[in-house]
Design a protein around this ligand. Sequence first.
Ligand SMILES: *Cc1c(COP(=O)(O)O)cnc(C)c1O
Length: 221
Amino acid sequence: MNIENNIRKITENLPEGCRLVAVSKTQSPEKIQMAYAAGQRIFGENKVQELLQKRPALPDEIEWHMIGHLQRNKVKHIAEFVNLIHSVDSGRLLEEIDRQGARVPRVIPCLLQIHIAEEETKFGFDAVEVRDLLLSERVAEMKNVEVRGLMGMATYTEDEEKIRMEFRNLRKIFEDLKTLALPGNVRLTELSMGMSNDYRIAIEEGSTLIRVGSAIFGERN
Ligand SMILES: *Cc1c(COP(=O)(O)O)cnc(C)c1O
């Protein structure tokens, strides 16, 4: 596994406006440092404890993204530094992020996770729920979060047409939301979709943030 080559191969074909999030969950600080040395600056983690353990050993220039399911009682640990939370899957979680943002104080960028896959287990809103939330007074009053867009995960399958349709559905939800009269703290510019097995399809369907782990670092244990 040559981390540097893998990053170069993925980033040299990225269209303008699409960025790579290197998913470093389970990877050692040494491997993250290798990716950093290859020029990678955005890293994604899915566990708060793991992120807190690794971060002190790594360069301050790294932009840390939270991509995994986030419990409300853990938000306080990352509020000071997290650059983007991709996985906001409830109004109550968004409220807690706003509360912790006010304490720090800063405005915390967030994406709302949409359930687009067939699997029951994946977290997230549906199209109606996300619209209702974004048009609610509750969100309009939040001063310490900015909703930057949506995140979704396609079904884990070999069926590329199915994956493409799920990403296309997410893109449609995103475009439809943009036509609404949204509050000032909702600026929909980011569409986080695509992982190692499907990022090429996600790019074709309009992704602005691909989240790639094993295609960079190799298979996880
Ligand atoms: C692990 C993970 C990824 C990366 O998965 P790979 O298949 O290793 O690229 C992307 N997004 C989320 C939310 C993840 O948990």
